[in-house]
Write a protein that binds this ligand. Structure first.
Ligand code: ATP
Ligand code: PRP
Length: 324
C-alpha cells in the first residue's frame, strides 16, 4: 500500500515505538478506541475507525516532529520535551513513566555535591539538560569566586545533539545512547546524569544520587498548528477519560443523614458526591463518590468508623467530564 498518499487527510499521532512508554501508550489507545492494524516492520499505522495515522517513533524524537509541526500530536516523556526545548503545547499529564533525571556518582567515591563535578567528565543521554544544569552551577561558582576576588577561567563546550548552544563549559558533557550507568565503572565519567525510577539500576551499578535535575512523567503534546483541532479535542477527551478511569474507583455506601457532613469530608468526590435518600429508611442516605484508588482502603476504614454501612467499591472502565 502507498502509505504516504494515505496520510494527507489524516491527523498524525506519534507514539513511542519501543521502550518504557510503549506498552502503556498502546493500552491508552485501546482504551480510547483508537483502532489500528500495524503491519510488521512498518512504523506508520492507519486507524480503522478514525482519520488518524499513528507514527511509531523513538520517544526522544517525538518532541522534534511535533515541535516542527510535522506531526500533530504525540506522547513522550516531559524530559524529552525539555531536552530539545521543543515548542509544543502540553495537553495532559498521563501519570505513567514517572521518574527523575538525577546526577549520580560512585557510592564510595570522593563526590557528594554536584559542584565538585565542575570541570569533570559527565556521561548522559541528556546533554541539553545536563549542559544547562552544569552551566548554571558554573555561573554560580564563578560569581562566588569573583566575589572572593579569585579569577576562575570557565571554558564551556557546546551540546551537539540538542542543538542548544551552551556557551563555554568547563564540565565535559559526553553523549551516550544507553546503559549510562556503566560509564563511571568503565572510567569514562566521574558522574552521570540519567533517569531513575526505583533506583535499582543505579544501586546495582554502585552509584548514588547527589542531585535531581527534573521530575518527569509521560505527557500528551500537541503541535502549535495542528491539522484538525476538533479531532484533537476528541482524542484528548477520550484519553483524559481513560486516565481518570484508571486513577479512580466508585465508592457507594449508606449513612445516617446526621453523619453526612463527616462522610462528605472523607469522600468529597472528584467534583462532589451524589446523595440520594433511601426508600423506607428514614434518616439514612445513599452516597456515591469517586475515590482515588490509592486511598480506598483508608477511606473505607474511615467510613466504617463513622457508621457507614453497605460500603461497595466498583471499578470505573471509562469516564467523561468537563474540563476543570
Ligand atoms: N526507568 C524508568 N521508569 C519510568 N519511566 C522511564 C524510565 N526510563 C525512562 N522512562 C521514560 O520513558 C522515556 C523513554 O525512555 P526509554 O529508556 O524507554 O527510551 P528508548 O530509548 O525509547 O528505549 P530503550 O531504552 O529501550 O532504547 C523517557 O524519556 C522517560 O520519560
Ligand atoms: O531506577 P530504575 O527503576 O532501575 O530505572 C532506571 C533505568 O531505566 C532506564 O533505562 P532503561 O532500562 O530503559 O534502558 P537504557 O539503559 O538502555 O536506557 C534508565 O536509563 C535507567 O537505566
Amino acid at each position: 500500500m502507498d502509505l504516504v498518499n494515505h496520510l494527507n487527510d489524516r491527523l498524525l499521532f506519534a507514539v513511542p515505538k519501543k521502550g518504557r512508554l510503549h506498552q502503556q501508550c498502546l493500552d491508552l489507545l485501546q482504551g480510547s478506541d483508537i483502532q489500528f492494524h500495524r503491519h510488521s516492520r512498518l512504523d506508520i499505522a492507519l486507524c480503522i475507525n478514525l482519520p488518524i495515522a499513528l507514527v511509531f517513533l523513538p520517544a526522544a524524537d517525538i518532541p522534534t516532529f511535533v515541535g516542527e509541526g510535522r506531526v500533530d500530536l504525540g506522547i513522550t516523556g516531559r524530559d524529552q520535551v525539555a531536552e530539545v526545548r521543543s515548542d509544543v503545547e502540553e495537553l495532559l499529564d498521563l501519570g505513567f513513566g514517572r521518574c527523575k533525571l538525577q546526577v549520580q556518582v560512585p557510592e564510595n567515591g570522593e563526590y557528594s555535591d554536584p559542584k565538585q563535578l565542575i570541570g569533570k567528565n559527565i556521561c548522559t543521554s541528556f546533554i541539553g539538560l545536563a549542559g544547562e544544569y552544569f552551566e548554571k552551577l558554573e555561573r554560580e561558582a564563578s560569581k562566588e569566586t569573583e566575589k572572593n576576588g579569585d579569577n576562575l577561567e570557565v571554558e564551556i563546550k557546546g551540546g551537539a545533539r540538542s542543538g542548544i548552544t551552551m556557551g563555554r563549559l568547563a564540565t565535559k558533557i559526553k553523549y551516550v545512547g544507553g546503559s549510562v550507568e556503566a560509564a563511571c565503572a568503565l572510567g569514562v565519567a566521574d558522574g552521570i546524569v540519567d533517569l531513575v525510577e526505583s533506583g535499582e539500576t543505579m544501586k546495582a551499578a554502585g552509584l548514588k544520587p547527589i542531585a535531581t535535575i527534573l521530575d518527569t512523567t509521560a505527557i500528551l503534546i500537541k503541535s502549535n498548528h495542528p491539522s484538525n483541532p476538533q479531532l484533537i479535542n476528541t482524542i484528548e477527551s477520550r484519553i483524559r477519560g481513560v486516565i481518570t478511569a484508571k486513577r479512580y474507583i466508585l465508592c457507594t455506601y449508606n449513612i445516617p443523614r446526621a453523619k453526612l457532613q463527616a462522610a462528605k469530608t472523607i469522600t468529597p468526590g472528584k467534583r462532589a458526591p451524589s446523595v440520594t435518600s433511601l426508600d423506607s429508611q428514614d434518616g439514612w442516605v445513599a452516597v456515591s463518590a469517586m475515590v482515588e484508588k490509592k486511598n480506598i482502603a483508608v477511606v473505607m476504614d474511615q467510613l466504617e468508623e463513622i457508621g457507614a454501612s453497605d460500603i461497595l467499591v466498583m471499578p470505573i472502565t471509562n469516564s467523561r467530564s468537563h474540563r476543570d
